[in-house]
Design a protein around this ligand. Structure first.
Ligand code: RFL
Ligand code: PHB
Length: 400
């Protein structure tokens, strides 16, 4: 089996890349270890930057996004019982974000790939990327049986280029020898307990709350489904929290002033899970003819809502560079792939780190730490320059 671009992983990065290459007349094969329902139902991101929504539309994957996505013109910061709204269009010259779940982006892209694109093989696990520094890199893979066991023989996909879009736990990053790679990492001593609930969101925009008891976030999936998060210790077992305990804690952390009539609406909880928080960057993002994209190369804590948007930025950069190379023979953009992506990645790392440390209460936080967090939040609430910086970062860093 041979293809021009071998893509490992059918998350947002791999699926969008396959679509962009298909639109440019480049053939690819996508290998995905899990089955289709698993990939389509994995609960993750909810916020698309303006640039991400524009890329999906231009790729022909914007029809349902335009019908069902919710345009958001701002977010609310809540701290010290105070509520402060950040007005995105007013601060950025018109930019907004869209609430459209990653599950829906993935469903739209899978459907397009299966009806119009090249091969997308589910239950097909890449075992290793080999010969990355030759002109014929290979992906060794195995197809899984219905029971999840390795059924088939090992096979090999030979490629002109390989793009590793296989997420943080994938195999492609391992093909970069440790003598050429550098890893920058930080783990946080807390995670997010996330719930999905069948209840209309209690506010029409996202609410990021800083509270002495810890961070809380109010988000949504649709006008009738809420998505909410609580900061919890990193080793928390989600089942140790009853639904009622989650709602009680959310209510405490979204505290408003006594004369404010805001209320948190409760409803049936349909999913509950804990996500660890990590910042991680692998440099470089290219080794020979192997390119890394999305979570395979970098992770951000979810507080800045950047992970999916960064994955989109990487594959847009690759697709542009590759089509430029194919049409002109000039490898300059491909050669610059890693540096181009990393400039944007580090801005997102910085912003996600700043949002995380401003809003979460780490174990052992001192009264001094509390005052610094509140001073940062008050600075944003009282300085247009500080507010504008947050709005620019949140609505998205430009593609280069
Ligand atoms: P993915 O989505 O992890 O997809 C990787 C795919 O590769 C497959 N795979 C393999 N396939 C074949 N062979 C192998 N050996 C393989 N190993 C792995 C996997 O099964 C999977 O299908 O990576 P990708 O495409 O880079 O996309 C990245 C995003 O998924 C991620 O950054 C975001 O979800 C992060 N994130 C958020 N990002 C945002 O932009 N906005 C948000 O609001 C936001 N909220 C979040 C988030 C992530 C969260 N969690 C659970 C980590 C909220 C949460 C709670
Ligand atoms: C979500 O809706 O899942 C979500 C929204 C904003 C974030 C993180 C996650 O910062």
């Amino acid at each position: 089996m041979h293809t021009t671009v071998g893509i490992i992983g059918a998350g947002p990065a791999g699926l969008l890349l396959a679509r962009l290459l298909h639109n440019a007349g480049v053939d690819s094969v996508v290998l995905e270890s899990r089955d289709r329902p698993y990939v389509e139902q994995r609960q993750r991101a909810g916020i698309l930057e303006q640039g991400t929504a524009d890329v999906l539309r231009a790729a022909g994957a914007g029809a349902r996004l335009d019908r069902e996505g919710l345009r958001h013109d701002g977010i609310e910061l809540r701290f010290d019982r105070h509520r402060h709204r950040i007005d995105f269009p007013g601060l950025t010259g018109g930019r907004t974000v869209t609430v459209y779940a990653q599950t829906e982006v993935v469903k739209d892209l899978v459907e397009l790939q299966l009806t119009e694109g090249g091969p997308l093989l589910f239950e097909t696990e890449a075992l290793a990327v080999e010969d990355a520094t030759t002109d014929r890199p290979k992906v060794r893979f195995v197809q899984r049986g219905a029971q999840g066991g390795a059924s088939g023989r090992e096979s090999v996909l030979t490629c002109d280029y390989v793009v590793g879009c296989d997420g943080f736990w994938g195999v492609s990053r391992k093909a970069v020898p440790t003598r050429v790679s550098r890893v920058f990492e930080r783990t946080y001593p807390f995670g997010w307990l996330g719930i999905l609930a069948d209840v209309p969101p209690s506010h029409d925009e996202l609410v990021y709350a800083r509270h002495e008891r810890g961070f809380a976030l109010l988000s949504m999936r649709s006008p009738v489904v809420s998505r909410l998060y609580l900061q919890v210790p990193a080793d928390t077992d989600a089942d140790a929290w009853s639904d009622e305990a989650v709602w009680d804690e959310l209510e405490r952390r979204f505290e408003t002033a006594p004369d404010d009539d805001w209320v948190l609406h409760r409803g049936p909880v349909t999913a509950k899970s804990v996500t660890p928080m990590r910042s991680y960057v692998h440099e470089p993002m290219r080794h020979g003819r192997l390119f890394l994209a999305g979570d395979a190369a970098h992770i951000v804590p979810p507080t800045g809502a950047k992970g999916l948007n960064l994955a989109v930025g990487d594959v847009v950069t690759f697709a542009r560079a590759f089509t430029h190379f194919q049409s002109t023979g000039d490898p300059a953009l491909l050669d610059a792939y890693s540096e181009t992506c990393l400039r944007r990645v580090w801005q997102a790392e910085r912003f996600s780190y700043a949002m995380t440390t401003m809003l979460h209460r780490p174990p052992g936080a001192t009264p001094f730490d509390d005052r610094i967090q509140l001073a940062l939040l008050r600075r944003i609430a009282t300085s247009r320059a500080a507010e504008q910086d947050l709005a620019e970062c949140y609505t998205g860093f430009p593609f280069e």
